[in-house]
Design a binder for this molecule. Structure first.
Ligand code: UD1
Ligand code: CA
Length: 457
């Protein structure tokens, strides 16, 4: 977009969040709230984006990286003071400024487009985004003249009872002619209850001079929600979550119970996949088509192919290939890869391991730092002993190996193709292909022993 610079105010601590983390970095559906604002600006093709940072500003910088520029506001003296920090960097710039808060993640690109259109069609010095909120509590109120034109914005703390009853609120999103707003900012004073330089006071500076300030009012009041407290955060999350689930359902995903399903914004799910209740899908997870996920599944940053079934399980940073079956009660820890048609069953923990195609680890096992080939059967209770208290060691099991129940593999160890391991073995040495390995004490039966014991008693 030509002749437009966006400025995002994000220097405040967010005192009302009662947090060590700057407010704008708190997450809504898996993403820091300020990132949503930046995404919208990217959709509008606004190249120059300046974020005003202050409280723990380096943390904000680290999180957002190079996609925006930064200006420091060393002392947080108010929103007007924050914007004024851009004066020098914009000295040569002649166009419009789009000013936003880092705490309004629900704003839509459509509405921002309309705000800019109003500003440009009316050739206005300032256009403010407003909404009718019921109740309007917590927001600055928009005060209009009798003829409907904008007179000023008054902060809740400074408003009269009559002004408080006004349901039209300031969204904290504006479009300004650069010269006009910087001139107006010179006139504002911190003479209010909060003793801050309010950006909102600049509106009255303009209208008093006889300039007309325009307004763009959105019908979707929810989208202007600003997050000041944890309660606001949960409200915004609830709304965002509904949007995400609606979009998925429109795209052909069945969500049995939206009320108990949480899916992050960046997650992708293929059509005809069914999500059962109490399921949480987080981060950059991708799920294919025709999967059955849940109930009670938590998946984070993982890639799930088509026709996969996962029940009552936890999956982190792993890859699951098509038609695999996971759970109930399985735990796939980071860097696990489960092959096509493989099965990971009840109470099985997999860590940093590859399980080949059609292999089965069906019951109560721990497989860590292991590489398993195809068509392997791992008996119940098998454990890879991968850690000696100092270092981790690998286990390799080649194709078609049959592992009897309750086997321990003392890593590092390698089991050759087609080998059979007798149940209850503790394997400390490599097993050659197609061998039978038994490593357990031989059974001895002592005739009549139990009977004699009873007689002695
Ligand atoms: C602000 C508006 C209010 C509006 C509401 C909409 C003012 C004075 N009030 O109030 O009219 O209804 O937003 O959500 O503007 N910030 C800085 N430096 C500062 C102070 C704040 O960068 O010195 C940043 C904050 O980090 C935040 C944004 O500005 O991202 C808004 O500040 P906040 O304290 O949340 O303002 P509100 O009280 O919500
Ligand atoms: Ca706010």
């Amino acid at each position: 977009m030509k002749d437009m610079v966006a400025i995002i105010l994000a220097a405040g601590e967010g005192t009302r969040m009662k947090s060590g983390l700057p407010k704008v970095l708190h997450q809504v559906c898996g993403k820091p709230m300020i990132e949503y604002v930046i995404d919208r600006l990217e959709e509008l093709n606004i190249d120059k984006k300046i974020v005003i940072i202050g409280y723990k500003g380096n943390l904000v910088k680290e999180t957002l990286g190079k996609k925006v520029d930064y200006i420091w506001q060393k002392e947080q003296l108010g929103t007007g003071h924050a914007l004024a920090q851009c004066r020098e960097i914009l000295a040569k710039f002649k166009g419009d400024l789009l000013v936003l808060s880092g705490d309004t993640p629900l704003l839509t690109t459509q509405t921002l487009k309309r705000l800019i259109e109003v500003q440009r069609e009316k050739n206005a010095l300032a256009t403010i985004l407003t909404a009718i909120l019921k109740p309007p509590t917590g927001y600055g109120r928009v005060v209009r003249h009798g003829d409907g034109t904008i007179r000023k914005i008054v902060e809740e703390e400074d408003a009269t009872i009559i002004e408080l009853a006004n349901e039209e609120v300031n969204a904290g999103t504006y479009c300004f002619k650069k010269e006009a707003i910087f001139q107006a900012l010179e006139k504002i004073r911190p003479e209010n209850v909060q003793e801050e330089y309010y950006l909102t006071d600049a509106i009255e500076v303009l209208t008093r001079k006889g300039h007309r300030v325009e307004a763009c009012t959105t019908d979707e009041a929810d989208e202007i929600i600003g997050i000041n407290s944890r309660k606001d955060l949960s409200l915004a999350t609830k709304i965002m979550r509904e949007h995400i689930l609606d979009r998925l359902m429109l795209n052909g995903v069945t969500i049995i119970d939206p009320l108990t399903t949480t899916i992050d914004r960046e997650v992708e799910i293929g059509r005809d996949t069914i999500i059962y209740p109490f399921t949480i899908v987080e981060g950059k997870t991708k799920i294919g088509q025709d999967c059955i996920i849940g109930p009670a599944v938590q998946i984070k940053d993982s890639k799930i192919a088509h026709k996969v079934e996962i029940k009552n399980s936890s999956v982190q940073n792993s890859i699951i290939e098509s038609e695999a079956r996971i759970g109930p009660y399985a735990h796939l820890r980071p860097e696990s890869r489960i092959g096509k048609k493989a099965k990971i069953g009840n109470f099985v923990e997999i860590k940093k391991s590859t399980i080949g195609k059609e292999s089965k680890v069906s019951h109560m096992s721990y497989i860590g730092d292991a590489t398993l080939g195809e068509n392997i059967n791992i008996g119940a209770g098998t454990i890879t002993c991968n850690y000696d208290g100092f270092k981790k060691y690998p286990t390799y099991i080649e194709d078609k190996v049959f592992v009897g129940s309750n086997t321990n593999f003392i890593a590092p160890v390698k089991i050759g193709k087609g080998a059979v391991i007798g149940a209850g073995s503790t394997i400390t040495e490599d097993v050659p292909p197609y061998a039978l390995a038994i490593a357990r004490g031989r059974q001895r039966n002592i005739k009549g022993w139990a009977k004699k014991k009873t007689q002695r008693k």
